[in-house]
Design a protein around this ligand. Structure first.
Ligand code: AP5
Length: 209
């Protein structure tokens, strides 16, 4: 099924944005646009931007607005994103939200929904420090969703107890103010992210339909 939906997933680090984005894009046939993944790819490619971004990411700091806004504007103007997308990890500040609004207005592409995945801060450190991923970007958890035996997996450099503290601080100080911004537009859908992944997917699909 191909949909023309434009969706943002917002939530603290470890809320399940990446996990749910993968399920939604399969179901809706629209691209997954993750600024975290794009920045990690730039870092792996060794570009100047990627190296600079990587240093900030490892410390749990945000990459400057102008950098990520530029990356996202370029990506949403690509052909496959013309009919829709799932944005994961962007916008993460009010200036990013305003820049996205302006870019979508220029293209006459309104947002359909902002899915807010709520998870208590107390469980996030355990989720994030147990996360592993494979070379295809599939996400696992050492306890909740262990990778198949023999599969080579990696742990992200920012998935440490120390980095998660500053990532959470950034979420509450810089990112959470975008929620009232979208509430005023009437497009926020609040989802309980503490349920099983399948139940969370079910709730998101129900909220979008
Ligand atoms: P990014 O890659 O976007 O990371 P994040 O927002 O911190 O989110 P995570 O990827 O950690 O978590 P998630 O919500 O996707 O959870 P997941 O599904 O993996 O950003 C990384 C960094 O890049 C930032 O800190 C910043 O430096 C930079 N950056 C990126 N975008 C930026 C921007 N716009 N502006 C500035 N800087 C930017 O799940 C986590 C774990 O929990 C997994 O192990 C999973 O298996 C498990 N899990 C998932 N759902 C459930 C469930 N329902 N029950 C039990 N376990 C679950």
């Amino acid at each position: 099924m191909t949909s023309s939906m434009r969706i943002i997933l917002v939530g603290p680090p470890g809320a399940g944005k990446g996990t749910q984005a993968k399920r939604l894009v399969e179901r809706l046939g629209i691209p997954h646009i993750s600024t975290g993944d794009m920045l990690r790819a730039a870092r792996a490619a060794g570009t100047e931007l990627g190296v600079r971004a990587g240093e900030l990411m490892d410390k749990g700091q945000l990459v400057p607005d102008e950098v990520v806004i530029g990356i996202v504007e370029e990506r949403i103007n690509q052909e496959d994103a013309k009919t829709g997308f799932v944005l994961d990890g962007f916008p993460r500040t009010l200036p990013q939200a305003r820049a996205l609004d302006a870019a979508l207005l220029r293209n006459s592409q309104p947002l359909d929904a902002v899915v807010q995945i709520d998870v208590d801060d107390k469980v996030l450190e355990h989720r994030v420090t147990g996360r592993r991923s494979d070379k295809d970007g599939n996400i696992y958890h050492t306890e909740f969703n262990p990778p198949p035996t023999g599969l080579e997996v990696i742990q992200r450099k920012d998935d440490t107890a120390e980095a998660i503290k500053s990532r959470l601080e950034k979420y509450w100080s810089e990112t959470s103010p975008i929620i009232p911004f979208y509430e005023k537009k009437g497009i926020i859908k609040k989802i309980d992210g503490l349920r099983q992944p399948d139940e969370v997917t079910y709730d998101i699909i129900a909220a979008l339909s």
